[in-house]
Design a protein around this ligand. Sequence first.
Ligand code: SF4
Ligand code: SF4
Length: 407
Amino acid sequence: MKKDRFTSRREFLRKCAAGLAGAAFLPALARSRPLHETQSKDRKFLCRTLGRTGLRLPIVSMGATRAINLVHSALEEGIVHIDTSSIYENGNHERMLGEVFKTLSRDSFVIATSAAWENFVKDSDPPFDKIRKKFNPKILQEEIEGSLKRLGLDFIDIYYIANVYSREFALYEPYMKVCENFKKAGKTRFIGITVHRNEPEVIRAAVESKVWDVVLTAYNFRKTYYKELRAAVREAAAAGLGVVAMKTQAGVYWDKARTKKINMKAALKWVLQDENVHTAVPAFANYEEMMEDLSVMEDLTLTLEEKQDLKLGEELGFSGLYCQHCGSCRGQCRDDIDIPTLMRCYMYLFGYLEPKKARETLRSWTSADISCKNCQRCEVQCSLGFDVKSRALDIARILEVPKEFLG
Ligand code: SF4
Ligand code: SF4
């Protein structure tokens, strides 16, 4: 894979425009140079081409970063590609980005957002039949129009169907048709799917579809099946799909008490060493984290210390906060609890310190108490060694806190 190094945002944008010239929908790029060029920073950008989209992007992009000042800083530091979703903060994350975009020229950033089926299927873990029954092209139309309005844009760069979890789902024709129509109508330049679980199967289905342009996949050093995932990513890149990685930092902390932070730089390097990953979308909690992530572009080699850091959890006996969604706990609970979602809420609460998000996710799944409270014995075996019952009890407490206290 060819790599470029640029010394400034200005230079990046100039060269990027040349790289984009072959893409199908580019009147904006020919139109003007960005109005909003900020002071050039002395930074090197390692870029890769996002498959057949032709977009040349720095390998570090930005995920759901919440503070508006941090988004401005990221753009000033040279980040170009931002990822969001209609589901983040009930659309408020898109609204916040819309405020930022008012100050920018349209050709100075690349925005990806997604339609989340959770918005219209009130179930955290539905069988695909349920999604299919609820599906209605009008809903998807409303989803994209809502995103465009909140972002204050005429078009999106990459529009994803979020949280696709099976081959059948990835190849579901009505979804593909509606998304292709969005492209034809100029509402989005490229279309794709996002995947948090069962990634190898879904990524291979995206290749098979010949419709999706980009896959946004969970990918990190905590995935026990990373070799298979890596092989699927290789096939996707070879077939011309753009590959974007998320959840690269695997829950941020090793432990609930947040005494041991995952070496984020090492975790990001680990993913980006795979050249078939074209860019990653870590979320930054603050300026220091952003600068740390950007610094990986200087050198992707993992030092001996960084390699050791990626094994720290195992050495200290921590199983981490990230549920890899391997599914091996499915069917083990006598009450049919949705354990992966419960574990995800646990990560939101203790890893991301986002109690509101944890509670909202929990409530989207159950309006009742969590039955683990009255369960005498938990026999669920997690592949990463989570103590499922104790985590369930910790997360159940959040339902006892009035939601106005959760910020
Ligand atoms: S403790 Fe919870 S997850 Fe474990 S078996 Fe009981 S109800 Fe299921
Ligand atoms: S077995 Fe563990 S890691 Fe796998 S999905 Fe269940 S809780 Fe998550």
